[in-house]
Design a protein around this ligand. Sequence first.
Ligand SMILES: O=C(O)c1cc(C(=O)O)c2c(n1)C(=O)C(=O)c1cc(C(=O)O)[nH]c1-2
Length: 243
Amino acid sequence: MSAPLLSPTELEAALRAIGAERYHNRHPFHRALHDGKLTKGQVQAWALNRYYYQARIPAKDATLLARLPTAELRREWRRRIEDHDGSEPGTGGIARWLRLTDGLGLNPEYVESLEGLLPGTRFAVDAYVHFVGERTILEAIASSLTELFSPTIISERVSGMLRNYDFITEETLAYFTPRLTQAPRDSDFALAYVKEHARTPHEQQAVLNALKFKCGVLWSMLDALDYAYVTPGNIPPGAFRPA
Ligand SMILES: O=C(O)c1cc(C(=O)O)c2c(n1)C(=O)C(=O)c1cc(C(=O)O)[nH]c1-2
């Protein structure tokens, strides 16, 4: 049976249902992270691997920016690159993420070298960048819609980590504060765009599948951490080893 045409409101409800079922707040490694169940070494591994996501997000956005057809769309999208890269050295999301890894005692050169990265992290993040370069603009924009769900996970993570780890301070987690306003601004735009432009059942299914794909990217990053850093003996050759 072919998929029905959804109203924009039904499409939004279907997108939100995907997040409720598949977003990475439901992953056991994330729950362990904010419940205080991880060692400092495991939290370091999370921050080091997640750095690669942060570092590739502006490349992902630049790939999409180059494909956008109007100045209006490009103006909207280029703000995301500024959010991450900043406007001068030491500003922006990537620099703020390095303050988090610094606060956890990781050497910034080591983090930036990507030498300690898990292969699974690299494959998942690279798959996201490729997806955005290769799929339709509608799918590429839809794949950013996990950000609809990020303010909730960020609030849970920040309060849980502050409560549960003595090596975490508000300053260490300062990365997340601007995200609480940036993410809703970005996801409101992306949601309005897909509600307006996904006009056929085929386009709507493509949008829903793009969000499922992206949930899979975030989920598999946590799978890789869970496999490597929870069961002793599983760290892949060359990957970060907690002291
Ligand atoms: O902390 C999180 O759980 C989380 C999730 C996501 C997301 O859902 O993709 C992003 C971020 N953070 C984030 O900080 C960020 O800059 C970001 C950009 C994007 C994107 O797809 O363009 N997602 C996310």
